[in-house]
Design a protein. Structure first.
Length: 80
């Protein structure tokens, strides 16, 4: 989640990284890949992926039993 606390932790961790690994690299492709990997790993560590269930139709008050039945029927027809 992108909370202010997570953003601040991400920024603080970015400041702690020794970027000389990237700066001292002579091959630009290797330098970019190293930079990209560092950012990606830190991002995934600080901003965990939160999966939401598609089955939570209780949150959607506008989905009536009739709509749910029609949706099931539509899906069966689509699979045929």
């Amino acid at each position: 989640m992108f909370t202010e606390a997570n953003k601040n932790r991400f920024i603080n961790d970015l400041k702690l990284i020794d970027w000389n690994i990237v700066y001292n690299e002579t091959d630009t492709n290797v330098a970019f890949n190293t930079f990209s990997n560092i950012l990606q790993q830190l991002f995934e560590k600080k901003f965990k992926l939160v999966k939401q269930s598609r089955k939570k139709s209780k949150d959607k008050m506008w989905i009536t039993p009739g709509l749910r039945l029609s949706s099931v029927h539509k899906n069966k027809l689509y699979k045929r």
